[in-house]
Design a protein around this ligand. Structure first.
Ligand SMILES: C[S@@+](CC[C@H](N)C(=O)[O-])C[C@H]1O[C@@H](n2cnc3c(N)ncnc32)[C@H](O)[C@@H]1O
Length: 250
């Protein structure tokens, strides 16, 4: 799923997908001493540092149009052909984007070409995500689809040099409403506006989505969801597979 998809989805994106300050702090720290940063698949500009020189590359004009006034400059483009010279930035960051690329390996090769010091990705490890209740008990089709889209951590380790992987616990009050971030807010998945801002819902067939949501609605009404998972409502963080992947190039 790439730019045309985000041209449709992107319309409500920045209402539901607001950068979470805890993830932001982790990304900025991982960028280290880099003074120039490429944000690849930058979307509306979430998580871009404000204290460094940033250049954003993003295919969707609808997403670019949602960048707040005063944001770093954005170039319309794709990772498979980054419109920048060799080693032209000290660091590249990419947040929730790799699963959308048309050609993952080509995109990673391009990121390696333009970056001098380090690469930072925020992504999901599906081996962990698959155990989250929504994926395991209501819509296993989510993981079936996402397995073809997300790179495994092993694949990233094979392609990128000196990789470190950090678990990023997701807070219950996470402001970035990506699918599994709503682990303690099951009712949120019943809201079409919330679903519109997560690409997973667009990838599944309408019948699969309706069946899964009907079962969730039923279990919420009957109290079954709370009997099984009610403890989550008072838990403060959960590991749903969110991972900060950092590669040191030199
Ligand atoms: C889930 S959004 C994440 C946006 C932003 N990084 C954020 O954290 O809010 C995924 C982004 O990847 C972009 N994208 C899709 N295909 C791409 C490609 N081939 N190269 C670069 N970005 C791409 C989409 O247009 C979309 O803006």
């Amino acid at each position: 799923m790439s730019a045309p998809a985000y041209d449709r989805m992107g319309v409500s994106y920045s209402d539901v997908r607001r950068a979470d300050p805890r993830f932001e702090a982790a990304i900025w720290e991982a960028l280290g001493d880099a003074r120039t940063v490429l944000n690849i698949g930058a979307g509306a500009g979430s998580y871009e540092p404000t204290d460094r020189e940033v250049i954003a590359v993003e295919p969707s004009p609808v997403m670019i149009a949602q960048r707040p006034a005063g944001s770093a400059p954005a170039i319309q483009g794709v990772t498979e052909s980054i419109p920048l010279g060799d080693e032209s930035v000290e660091a590249t960051m990419g947040v929730f984007t790799m699963q959308h690329w048309d050609d993952l390996n080509r995109g990673l090769a391009e990121v390696l070409r333009v970056t001098r010091k380090r690469i930072v990705f925020l992504t999901l490890d599906l081996d962990v995500t698959e155990h989250m209740w929504l994926c395991r008990d209501y819509l296993p089709e989510i993981i079936e689809h996402d397995r073809n889209a997300f790179p495994t951590i092993a694949h990233l380790r094979a392609i990128l040099p000196n990789v470190q992987v950090e678990t990023v616990p997701v807070p219950a009050d996470c402001t970035d409403g990506f699918l599994v971030a709503l682990w303690s807010r099951p009712e949120a998945h019943l809201d079409p506006n919330v679903r519109r801002a997560s690409s997973t819902w667009h990838r599944l067939s309408p019948t699969v989505v309706e069946n899964g949501l009907d079962r969730l609605r039923h279990d919420l009404d009957s109290g079954e969801w709370d009997r099984r998972y009610g403890d989550l409502r008072t838990q403060t963080t959960l590991d749903v597979g969110l991972r900060l992947v950092k590669a040191e190039l030199h």
